[in-house]
Design a protein around this ligand. Structure first.
Ligand code: AMP
Length: 675
């Protein structure tokens, strides 16, 4: 069974959802099931049928209560009542079918069954293991077992190749333990909180937004008496859930993480900006990268590997001039087409739509080329791993890679807190004469006039834009005083001519000093791997059709083991050949295992298919062997000297299996080897 999973990079552009950073663009974020028009009309139809049924039931009751009613009249009314009941029941069934169907036509039940099959296989074959299992485990903590570890390390190796190597990024490795002052400056201590609610009877804690989401979804799916208006309201809550503040939810106290294990790797890069900029020859743009553990004290972790308390993050911080966010390589990705979900469509409860990346940047749906470039590169990265074009899993939409324009927020915050200027310089080839607005508040006069409020008035005067300041100067010159609104005081004050001097001065400048903007693609490696597991999994019947065989169709790039070696029968000469082949595979850098168990070859194939090994070498002679490809089950015959070279070619991606089939004779599976 293969469900048509959607798995897409979904753009929530110009949308400061979930973060305090200005101009944040979050991608691949959760989208919510959208109630189709037909569902709304089905709700209305059901409400009408139910009202007609109630009215008819009332009419029957009234007829029966009236002594003068003829029995024929009562019988006719009861017959109509039955017909109304049948119609209402049919409308309820139609609505139930519509609400329990997902966007791709699958039902919640079939998704659940598919997930169960994947998770059972993953746990049985030790891709991952609940941590500390013999002590009943700890929610939100998982170990990767041998094949899981191998997949993870392949994904990370490819990440380094696709991003760090390709873009000459500066990789760093910073500690997980982070001093409070860093996370205070970044805003994590004060702003990143999940609201928690506690069941007073059982003591169980829940994340408020998850509880609300579950409630709305369950109500929409199960309560068929819900009016179309109420359903639309719940749907709206689901669409804006991430945006709700504590006041709007009015639920419970905030749950601050008490620890200072880092919640992201990014801060380690920001605090090193000065040195990295110097290392890069004081030039922009450049990117730094880091792979490492991140910690989130999730209130109620669920969804397996998708929401955990400790996970591997791979982050890129691309530092760029805020006045020039063009990217020289944007053309390489501008023709890619994705499903995008712009802010406008999200807020209006509409669906995601396919869009060409270049067009999205031109229209401003994606803010700038650099952001667009990384969206494209991330898409290509995920596609090479074997992830479907659209990125949804059986749990629905989940953020796997967040791509944000964090602007200058972090560097400014750390400059202020640390006193170290985290800035870049643009040296002018010739000095430039620039006009500068100079505002000099008279602290003495302002102190006399405003006493304790003096500081706030000074700050407000200094923060004026050039336009405001020139307007004030004109008013002061013509009238001698002006009303000035001070936001932080919440009122206007009267400013007189002697309280402030405003002038435009000419200055020579040799360089421009500015705080760089940061474009940040942030990869949740565990989430990517879990989606890869689901997208690669399929079940095929055994030859005798009495058994179901699980297969992970991992591309060779990420497969935990590239090839298995099976001596067909237990004999010394075949074992010796297997050892020679193993040595040549090791020399070629190809991960492999030898399976010498005495079980049938079919059973051994099934066992390696289940952990996604793409190629199997069967030793059935001392001069040549067969190589079998996992998904097609096609086999070729190759001499022992050549086998490692062929497997290397096809696992390194220099040739496809189809290329290999052209060059080597297909081997009719005369060994009756498939189960
Ligand atoms: P954030 O900084 O919240 O945008 O998270 C960055 C990335 O980390 C996300 O895109 C997710 O892929 C991943 N992530 C965040 N929280 C978790 C979690 N609790 N478990 C696993 N991955 C997570």
């Amino acid at each position: 069974m293969r469900l048509a999973y959607l798995y897409s990079i979904v753009a929530k552009s110009q949308n400061p959802i979930k973060t305090p950073f200005p101009r944040h663009v979050s991608l691949a974020v959760s989208a919510l099931p959208i109630m189709a028009d037909s569902e709304e009309s089905l709700r209305r139809t059901l409400a009408e049928k139910q009202a007609a049924l109630d009215a008819q039931a009332e009419a029957v009751r009234a007829l029966k209560a009236r002594p003068a009613s003829a029995s024929a009249e009562i019988d006719a009314a009861v017959e109509s009542l039955k017909a109304f009941k049948v119609e209402a029941a049919a409308a309820a069934r139609r609505l139930q079918a519509a609400v329990s169907r997902n966007g791709d036509g699958s039902t919640a039940g079939s998704r659940e069954a598919f997930r169960q099959a994947v998770v059972n296989t993953l746990e049985r074959r030790l891709f991952y293991i609940p941590s500390f299992k013999i002590y009943r485990g700890v929610a939100g903590l998982y170990d990767y077992g041998p094949p899981g570890c191998a997949v993870k390390s392949n994904v990370l190796a490819f990440w380094r190749q696709h991003f760090v190597l390709e873009e000459n990024m500066l990789e760093v490795d910073c500690p997980c333990v982070t001093p409070e002052i860093v996370l205070k400056a970044s805003g994590h201590v004060d702003k990143f909180t999940d609201l928690m609610v506690k069941d007073e009877k059982t003591g169980t804690c829940y994340r408020a937004d998850h509880l609300l989401k579950d409630y709305c979804k369950a109500k929409l799916e199960k309560d068929l008496t819900l009016s179309a208006e109420k359903a639309a309201e719940l749907k709206h809550i689901l669409a804006v859930l991430d945006d709700l503040s504590a006041d709007e939810t009015s639920i419970g106290p905030s749950g601050l993480s008490p620890g200072y294990m880092r919640p992201e790797t990014a801060q380690g890069i920001f605090v090193n900006f000065k040195d990295l900029y110097y290392y890069n020859g004081n030039r922009l743009p450049f990117a730094a990268a880091q792979i490492g553990q991140a910690f989130r004290n999730e209130i109620s972790p669920r969804q397996g590997l998708l929401r955990v308390r400790e996970f591997t993050l791979a982050e890129i911080e691309h530092f760029v001039d805020p006045e020039d966010k063009t990217h020289p390589k944007f053309v390489d990705v501008s023709n890619l087409e994705f499903l995008m979900f712009p802010r406008k469509e999200q807020m209006a409860g509409e669906s995601a739509k396919p869009m060409i990346l270049g067009e999205a940047v031109t229209k401003g749906i994606v803010n700038n080329e650099t952001l667009g470039y990384f969206i494209g590169r991330v898409y290509l990265f995920l596609a090479c791993l074997g992830i479907d074009k659209e990125i949804e899993c059986s749990y629905g939409w989940i953020e796997c890679v967040g791509i944000a324009d964090r602007s200058a927020y972090d560097l400014r915050a750390h400059s202020e807190k640390s006193g170290v200027a985290l800035v870049a310089h643009e040296k002018f080839s010739e000095s430039r004469e620039v006009e500068k607005l100079v505002i000099v508040p008279s602290k003495k006069e302002l102190g006399l006039a405003f006493k304790g409020n003096q500081k706030l008035v000074v700050e407000a005067l200094e923060a004026m834009s050039e336009k405001e300041a020139l307007k004030m100067r004109a008013s002061l010159e013509s009238k001698g005083e002006v009303d000035f609104h001070v936001c932080t005081l919440g009122k206007a004050v009267v400013i007189t001519k002697n309280m402030v001097s405003i002038s435009i001065e000419k200055k020579k400048e040799h360089q421009r000093v500015f705080t760089p903007s940061v474009i940040e693609p942030s990869f949740g490696i565990g989430r990517i791997i879990y989606c890869l597991f689901e997208h690669s999994f399929y079940i095929r019947p055994s030859k005798s059709e009495d058994e179901q065989l699980n297969v992970f169709r991992f591309p060779p790039l990420v497969a935990p083991i590239k090839c298995t070696v099976f001596p067909l029968i237990k004999t010394q000469k075949f074992d010796d050949v297997a050892k020679i082949i193993a040595r040549s595979l090791t020399a070629a850098g190809i991960s492999h295992i030898i399976d010498i168990t005495g079980t049938s070859i079919g059973k051994r194939y099934a066992r390696t298919d289940e952990i996604g090994v793409p190629f199997a070498i069967t030793v059935d002679s001392t001069s040549s062997v067969t190589i079998r490809e996992r998904d097609s089950k096609e086999q070729i015959r190759v001499s022992i000297d050549e086998v490692a070279k062929v497997v290397k070619e096809v696992t390194d991606g220099q040739s496809t299996w189809a290329d290999i089939l052209w060059r080597y004779p297909a081997h009719a599976a005369s060994l009756a080897d498939e189960e």
